[in-house]
Design a protein around this ligand. Structure first.
Ligand SMILES: Cc1ncc(COP(=O)(O)O)c(C=O)c1O
Length: 365
């Protein structure tokens, strides 16, 4: 008997984006823009940094399981404490959802080339993982509804979606929801919620307070706290109660919780982050359009580019790397002919556009 089940052996470990120091060394560069992981180019929320400093002295004590942040979120979103969970990033909560709700015969249903973190978590549980192709780079909600069967247990929807950057509207979701039995749990991943929330087509998911929907959000993106690992979720109290049984008792860490609580008050930082991202998205869209490069209009903090083949996508990624711009080739997501560029600082975005021009000139075959 092998020690490791076949469904684990066949997985490829998550490969994080390339690190700045490593790329500097490899290509003899002094300046590198990391536009590969949808991070906040302004750094962490300054208020969150203050809170982290303040809590350093109490690190000898165990944290309280996220209770303080849950209280703050419940108040802010007008919910009861029982409807709120927090964890080590939204992926930490996702991992707990997989452990809490899936049995061996259950199936997971989502779009093809979904967010890689979810793909890995679901596949590592060894259950059937079913997908439906994108429709013009959007979730095919009708297609998903038609694929629900007696074994479907979890449906994963990211809105905005990573890596395409597209959204679905409340109307589209409602039409889909009618086909979802109550015994099926919908994970609504809103990691990029803040970037899309002002778009009139984007639904306020607080109107989705159905008993079988769990909304996940994160401090990793707009609040610049990816490194500290803090995320949150809203759901029916029974779902939350069961997740709390499975969650590691001391997650999130003291520093993560303190950072999250203070970051929520940092409206100025949120505003600056949104403005910077909007400028970045505009610049990338205009420049890519001007260069005749196919891309998907984005509602998040990144843009997906479509090349003709994996070879072309690889070449463009490597050429940009040589010029000191790290982007994400999307082979691991299941889109080998695509790549994704996150927005950076104004200067990085400008540099990225210049590098793209040169790279395209160098890679035209
Ligand atoms: C769609 C989506 N969900 C979740 C996450 C992970 O968020 P966290 O850092 O909170 O685990 C990401 C990060 O890239 C993402 O793109």
């Amino acid at each position: 008997m092998p020690l490791v089940p076949a469904y684990i052996e066949s997985l490829l470990p998550y490969e994080a984006g390339r690190q700045i120091e490593e790329v500097c060394q490899q290509y003899g560069l002094t300046r590198v823009a990391k536009l590969a992981s949808n991070e906040n180019p302004l750094g962490p929320s300054p208020r969150a940094i203050q809170a982290i400093r303040k809590h350093l002295e109490s690190l000898n004590l165990y944290p309280n399981g996220g209770l303080d942040l849950r209280k703050v979120l419940a108040e802010q979103f007008d919910l009861r404490l029982e409807n709120v969970i927090v964890g080590s990033g939204s992926e930490g909560i996702m991992s707990n959802i997989i452990r809490t709700f899936l049995c061996d015969e259950d199936e997971v249903l989502t779009t093809e080339s979904a967010f890689l973190g979810f793909q890995l978590l679901a596949k590592s549980r060894g259950v059937k993982y079913r997908t439906v192709p994108y429709k013009a780079w959007h979730y095919d909600l009708e297609g998903l509804a038609s694929r629900i069967n007696d074994h479907t247990k979890i449906i994963y929807l990211a809105n905005p979606n990573n890596p395409t950057g597209t959204i679905f509207s409340k109307h589209e979701f409602d039409a889909f929801y009618k086909h979802v039995p109550e015994r099926v749990l919908i994970i609504l991943d809103e990691a990029y919620f803040e970037y899309a929330k002002d778009n009139p087509r984007y639904p306020d998911s607080m109107h989705y307070r159905y008993d079988n929907v769990i909304t996940l959000r994160t401090f990793s993106k707009i609040y610049g706290l990816a490194g500290v690992r803090i995320g949150y979720g809203f759901a029916h109290e029974e779902l939350i109660a069961n997740l709390l049984k499975v969650k590691l008792p001391f997650e999130p860490s003291t520093l993560a919780q303190a950072a999250g609580i203070r970051a929520l008050t940092d409206k100025e930082f949120l505003h600056r982050s949104l403005e910077l991202n909007a400028r970045g998205i505009r610049l990338l869209a205009e420049s890519l359009g001007g260069m005749g490069v196919e891309f998907v209009p984005s509602e998040a903090n990144f843009v997906m580019i479509i090349r003709k083949s994996e070879v072309e996508s690889d070449r463009l990624t490597t050429e940009l790397l040589r010029q000191g711009v790290i982007v994400r080739q999307l082979k691991a997501f299941g889109l080998p002919h695509c790549l994704r560029i996150s927005t950076g600082s104004d200067e990085e975005n400008q540099r990225c556009v210049e590098a793209l021009k040169k790279a395209l000139a160098a890679t035209v075959s």
